[in-house]
Design a protein around this ligand. Sequence first.
Ligand code: SF4
Ligand code: SF4
Ligand code: SF4
Length: 293
Amino acid sequence: MSKVIPKLFRINTGSCNGCDVEFVATAFVDKFQLDTLGIELVSDVKDANLLVITGPLSARSESFLKNALGKLKKPFVVVGIGTCSVSCGIFRDSYAINGPIDKFVEVDVNIAGCPPRPQSIAEGIAKGVKVLEQKMHGEATPKAIDTIFKDFSAPESFRGRMSLNEENCTACRTCETVCPSNAIEISSTDDGWFVHKIWHNSCCFCGNCAYFCPTDAIFATNSFDTAKLQSEKFSDVNIGYIDYQKCSCCGEMYMPPSQGLLNKSYIYNNVSKLNERICSKCRKEANFKRMYA
Ligand code: SF4
Ligand code: SF4
Ligand code: SF4
C-alpha cells in the first residue's frame, strides 16, 4: 500500500479567529503530537487533500469556499473546527451567515467547541487522516474510529461537555432560555415525561446554563471528547428524562420540586413535610387551612 501524505490547507469562513489561534497552538506544541501524523501544511489549495475549515460560513466567504472546493486534490477530507463550523454556534440564525458548512460540502469530521481544546483538534485531525487513508485505499468509511491520542487528559477545572443530573432537574426551562447557541431543548411527552436534550454539536461551553440553573442540575464536565465523524453529528446528544407525579391529594399530574431545589430553598427548615407528593395548589390550600382554619 502506498503511503498517504496528508496535505493540509486551512480556510477561515468568518470565524472570530479563536479556533484559528487554537489550531495554530495545537500545530506548534509538541505534546499535541500533530507532527506524528506526517502532515504537510500547504499554502496552495491545489496541493491539498485535507481541508480544515473554521467559522460559520459567512455570506461573504461562501464563494471563496466553493472556489477552494473545486481545486482540491481528490480524494480529499474535510474537517470542521469549532462549533461555528459544525452548527453555526452563537451565530446561528444571523442574516450574515449561510452555514453551517455541511450545507455546501461533505464534511468528514466535526470538532465542536468554542474554541475546541487542542487535544480535541489533534484528535479530530488524526481522525481526518484515518478517513483520508481509507478513501485513498478505496475502503468504506467506518461508522466509528477509536480514540487515537489515548494519553490526553484535561484538568478537573476544565469546562468541557455539559451534563445533566435528572434527579435535580425540574424542567423549569431556564437553561433552554439562557443558552445562546440553542443547544438545549426541553419537550414533553404524552405519557408524562419531560425530555431534556443537550446537543453537544451546538454547545459553545459558555456555562450560562449551569450558572443560571436554580438547582445545579446542569453542570460542566472536563470531557473534551468533541471530535466526531459526520455520521455521529446528530447522535452526540445528552438526553435526560424528568417525570411528572400524580398529586396524592387531587390526582392531577404535576412537576414535583426536585430535592436539589428543596435543599436550596429550605436550608434551615425540615423539608420533609414540604416534600409530600402533593401539587403546589393542594400544598397552598393545606397551608392556608393549617394557618387560618
Ligand atoms: S467556534 Fe467559537 S472560537 Fe471558534 S470561530 Fe466560532 S465563536 Fe470563534
Ligand atoms: S437543568 Fe436546571 S435550569 Fe435546566 S430545566 Fe433543569 S432545573 Fe431548569
Ligand atoms: S454551556 Fe450551556 S448555555 Fe452555554 S452553549 Fe452549552 S448548553 Fe448552552
